[in-house]
Write a protein that binds this ligand. Structure first.
Ligand code: ZN
Length: 503
């Protein structure tokens, strides 16, 4: 290694500056959704936009391009997996993505989506697709341009997908989803045939909000969420926001008449937070967060579903939750409760879907995004196409566009290529858990005793510690010794729901 790392040291300092500004923007965003007074919205938007612009300019200045080149020379003999080499590789990748798209197109996208978002809110409220359609047309056209600037090997959609799941191709996702669909569609049909075997009515009794808050925080703490490096607050849309590994916050919303919302919302966001709190303490700040949306979602779904909706988990926690809510749960047994939290039925709204039907909502969007982007599906025909696919996957037809194509915010704010990461996360959750339980056989029994250190320890070592050093594919290969595939998830769903629904 050369004696002088002058350029690399400079690069590191600049990346720290960029990251510090980005973290400040994240904190302003957290405040906006939790404590900011209502009328602060306009100035807050300006404050965040200014800081984002400064961070973008600092990051994309041509001087950075030179620092990347010189740093690569200085680190020529460093191990690829070292923190230093990884920092240069990952930041250079981000730099390429950000500098390929011209500023004029970024500005046009920002302008268009801010207007489109306002009309989408109205269109959804009024079930008026015609109001949103011209915006969707425009956004798709701009996303085509963006994809062409970013570049791709075979499929334009690859360029957009790569912004969220770097190194994963459309063809790979299609193959995995096809394998999943083949088994999940018939599984949904069998569940519908047996639907009287489970229902969630016991969750729809009265549950005091303060007690919900305390109980869910207790479980988050048991999972390993460190409240001295995090906190829990109320927000309309639950999320997890990390300013650094030592300040990772989650938010929750409560429904006194539906226990599921806050309880599993907290377990989900805790999964995200454990990932952010678990990144290696020595990692450069720039690499100290989750590597992709898909891997992030694998952590939230693992803790929410694979752990939090398991029989073993409730064997331990049901007596405790019964103690907290005796007026609502004293006449309920653990098996009824377990079935209630695992009720499955086709429904129209993705964010309310259960873990069996959820991935079908995603596949529909993944297919439609590709068709819209390639032009084989016109924007005018999209609602009908949506409803037709919905019927073939889930057996029901949305009665309105509000319950169909207008339900998600994503397209209105320019997020195309984002949806697949949700389903990839669910699949990866099952595969990671299977491997963890294989490597550490005590994990299932530990969960039954409310002990999560063995599972968290495995995830810390194999996933969390690496931060953004590796691409999702590299990380999965290192952790599992094989690529992501549909088999563990199909097996997980089939055995769990076969047992609950009796087939
Ligand atoms: Zn999530």
């Amino acid at each position: 290694m050369p004696e002088s790392l002058a350029s690399f040291d400079q690069l590191k300092a600049r990346l720290d500056d960029v990251q510090n500004i980005t973290s400040a923007v994240a904190l302003l965003g957290w405040d906006q959704q939790t404590y900011m007074p209502e009328h602060g919205a306009a100035t807050r938007g300006d404050q965040m936009a200014t800081l984002e612009r400064i961070a973008h300019e600092m990051f994309t200045t041509p001087a950075m391009g030179q620092l990347f080149e010189q740093s690569a020379v200085e680190l020529a003999s460093a191990d690829d997996a070292s923190d230093d080499a990884s920092l240069v590789r990952v930041a250079k990748r981000d730099y390429d993505l950000k500098t390929r798209v011209p500023a004029s197109l970024i500005a046009e996208l920002a302008h268009t989506t801010s207007l489109a978002h306002t009309d989408w809110i109205k269109a959804r409220a009024e079930n008026n697709y015609a109001l949103f359609a011209p915006w969707l047309e425009k956004i798709i056209a701009l996303k085509r341009q963006e994809a062409d600037h970013i570049g791709y090997a075979e499929n334009r959609y690859d360029a957009l997908l790569n912004q969220y799941e770097y190194g994963t191709s459309t063809a790979e996702v299609t193959a995995i989803f096809d394998a999943l669909k083949k088994d999940v569609v018939p599984l949904v049909t069998r569940i519908v045939e047996q639907k009287e075997r489970a229902n969630d009515s016991v969750l729809r009794r009265f549950y005091d909000v303060k007690k919900q808050n305390d109980f869910s925080a207790r479980v988050a703490h048991d999972f390993g969420y460190d409240f001295q490096r995090g906190r829990q607050d109320v927000a309309v849309h639950p999320f997890c926001e990390g300013m650094s590994r030592d300040d990772v916050r989650i938010t929750t919303r409560f429904d006194p008449r539906f226990l599921q919302v806050a309880l599993f919302g907290v377990l989900h966001e805790t999964g995200h937070a454990l990932y952010e709190q678990g990144v290696g303490a020595d990692l450069p700040h720039y690499l100290a967060s989750g590597t992709s949306l898909g891997v992030h979602e694998s952590q939230s779904r693992l803790w929410e579903n694979v752990v939090g909706r398991s029989r073993g988990f409730w064997k331990h926690y049901f007596p405790q939750i019964q103690d907290v809510f005796p007026e609502s749960l004293s006449d309920v047994d653990v098996e009824t409760f377990y079935r209630a939290v695992n009720t499955s039925a086709p429904s129209f709204i993705r964010v309310e879907a259960d873990e069996v039907t959820y991935s079908l909502h995603i596949m529909l969007r993944f297919e439609m995004e590709q068709e819209l982007l390639s032009g084989t599906l016109g924007v005018a025909d999209a609602p009908a196409a949506w409803n037709e696919k919905f019927k073939s996957y889930l057996g029901i037809t949305p009665p309105t566009d509000t319950l169909g194509i207008l339900q998600d915010v994503h397209w209105s704010i320019g997020l195309v290529g984002y949806f697949p990461t949700y389903a990839l996360g669910s699949m990866l959750a099952a595969q990671l858990y299977e491997k963890a339980a294989h490597d550490v056989p005590s994990i299932p029994a530990d969960i039954e005793h409310g002990q999560f250190a063995s599972l968290l320890g495995w995830l810390r070592t194999n996933i969390h510690a690496h931060g953004r050093k590796f691409t999702p594919k590299e990380l999965v290969q290192r952790a599992l010794g094989e690529p992501l595939n549909a088999r563990p998830y199909v097996q997980y769903l089939t055995s769990k729901y076969g047992d609950i629904y009796g087939f």
